[in-house]
Design a protein around this ligand. Structure first.
Ligand code: FAD
Length: 458
């Protein structure tokens, strides 16, 4: 097909938005406002049938398709691949059916965690959501999914029991441990490389409430708090999953006074179990005399607010490293790069404590995380001219800490378009390729962290 006939074929598909039409700019906007997406056209289906029609028509026209839900991970898609593809925005394909008796839910492909947790809560149930309620269940769970219940209950993707997806030939298949089991293996951690997911079935957990909150200190306490938290996390009960963040907040009227204009160290997270266990586990951290301590028993749904992720789409530069351990030297390097004495540092430098059930291997593409600590550095970009400086701030911290990053990164935290080979060993990449060969031999799908093509022998 020539480019002109391809474009004509595309224009014949009803409901697509083209660059010269109203609606295109609105729909190409991802959650990460820095992601400047320029696809050939954009489809925004309301139903699974509409999505199937789009996939069939676009593949008949010989074009590629990039499924996307919220766009939290939009900076991880290769922009060049997107220019020749149709962006399949699934944010209108939302809905949750809770089966309280079987503690499970069927969640449509564009649904955000907020909606799922709100539907589960009246039944005394919740799920392995992440820190932000406006991340989509599908993008999060295809990548693995680290929750504040993670050290107790493992990766969210291992609590996904079925995936319904549109294949490259426009069929809807259901992948489970028993049906299309190779595909199911690949979807649990292998990302969006295999089709457009229109629904997932997930386990719900009988957790009506939880001990959760944060402990806050001025950043001058960081040289005591970071090593103490690191020591505390070693050998910690699996009931507790926490994160430690170094914050530098600008003075902003929309921030509460305890955050506005301040540099802080904050430990937050959740502890499953009774109040006595939570008190016992928190005691060594409370001994460091935090300025604020909000840990208390809260409804499980309120855990979505504890981490204070941005409440609306924002422009941000993010990067990530994974550590098997936080040695004294790594802690010193972190303090030098982002502690109280650092001249300039990103707005947020976060360490998530992993391990526990997150390190229990299962038969899936992701298996488990070897890393015990995930570092995420984030710099908000208030005006576009600030972007180069934001990149510099994030790079400086990440490059300073890189010598200690001895584990494969978690691709959902990697906000640049590196390929999937960065996150998986060679054997896993080979198996993922074999699954793609079965379901997508013509490379229809454009995904964040694309699976690389095999090297061509010369
Ligand atoms: C503020 C913030 C907080 C976060 N907190 C956590 C956290 O606590 N734990 C954690 O594990 N991660 C967290 N993340 C990372 C998050 O899991 C990833 O960014 C994830 O990719 C977002 O999925 P999404 O669908 O919302 O984003 P999108 O950008 O829409 O999707 C990312 C990719 O997933 C694939 N995809 C999405 N939907 C579909 C679909 N329906 N069919 C096929 N492929 C699809 C595509 O390849 C797409 O490019 C956070 C990110 C941000 C920005």
């Amino acid at each position: 097909m020539t480019l002109a006939s391809t474009t004509d074929a595309l224009r014949a598909i009803p409901g697509l938005h083209f660059p010269d039409e109203p609606g295109y700019d609105e729909h190409r906007q991802a959650w990460n406002l820095l992601a400047d997406q320029h696809p050939l056209a954009i489809a925004v289906p309301d139903t699974i049938d509409d999505a199937v029609r789009v996939v069939r028509a676009v593949t008949d026209a010989g074009l590629r398709i990039a499924p996307q839900a919220s766009g939290h991970g939009a900076a991880a898609i290769d922009g060049d691949a997107l220019r020749d593809a149709v962006l399949l925005r699934l944010h209108r394909l939302t809905g949750v059916e809770v089966d309280a008796e079987n503690r499970s839910a069927r969640v449509l492909g564009g649904t955000l965690w907020n909606e799922v947790i709100a539907a589960a809560a009246p039944h005394g149930l919740t799920a392995l959501h992440g820190s932000a309620g406006d991340v989509s269940v599908t993008g999060y769970i295809l990548g693995a999914g680290i929750s504040f219940y993670g050290r107790t209950h493992g990766l969210a993707t291992h609590r996904m029991s079925a995936v319904e997806l549109i294949t490259a030939t426009g069929e809807v298949v259901r992948a489970t441990a028993d049906e299309h089991s190779d595909l199911f293996w690949a979807l649990r951690g292998g990302g969006g490389n295999f089709g457009a997911v229109v629904a997932v079935e997930i386990d719900l957990l009988p957790i009506p409430d939880v001990q959760a909150g944060f402990l806050l200190w001025d950043i001058v306490a960081a040289s005591d708090v970071i090593p103490a938290w690191r020591d505390w996390t070693r050998g910690l009960d699996r009931a507790a999953t926490t994160a430690l963040r170094l914050f530098r907040f600008p003075p902003l009227p929309e921030l509460p006074p305890f955050l506005s204009g301040r540099s802080l160290v904050i430990i937050d997270g959740a502890i499953l179990g009774d109040d006595a266990l939570a008190a016992e586990l928190l005691e060594p951290l409370r001994a460091l005399r935090p300025e604020m301590d909000t840990f208390a028993r809260i409804p499980a749904q309120a855990l979505l607010e504890v981490h204070m992720d941005p409440p609306m789409p924002s422009a941000a530069v993010t990067d990530h490293l994974m550590f098997g351990d936080l040695t004294d030297a790594a802690v010193t390097a972190l303090l030098d790069a982002a502690g109280p004495g650092a001249e300039a540092a990103p707005m947020v430098v976060e360490l998530r404590h992993l391990g526990g059930a997150l390190g229990d291997a299962q038969d899936s593409a992701v298996r488990c995380f070897d890393g015990e600590y995930a570092l995420v550095a984030v710099q908000v970009v208030p005006v576009p001219e600030f972007a180069p400086q934001a990149v510099r701030l994030v790079d400086e911290v990440v490059e300073t800490l890189r010598p200690w990053a001895d584990c494969a990164p978690y691709l959902n935290f990697v906000d640049v378009p590196v390929g999937a080979e960065v996150g998986f060993d060679a054997e896993t990449i080979e198996r993922l390729r074999r699954v793609r060969e079965m379901y997508d031999p013509n490379r229809v799908w454009v995904a964040a962290h694309a699976l690389p093509d095999p090297a061509v022998a010369v």
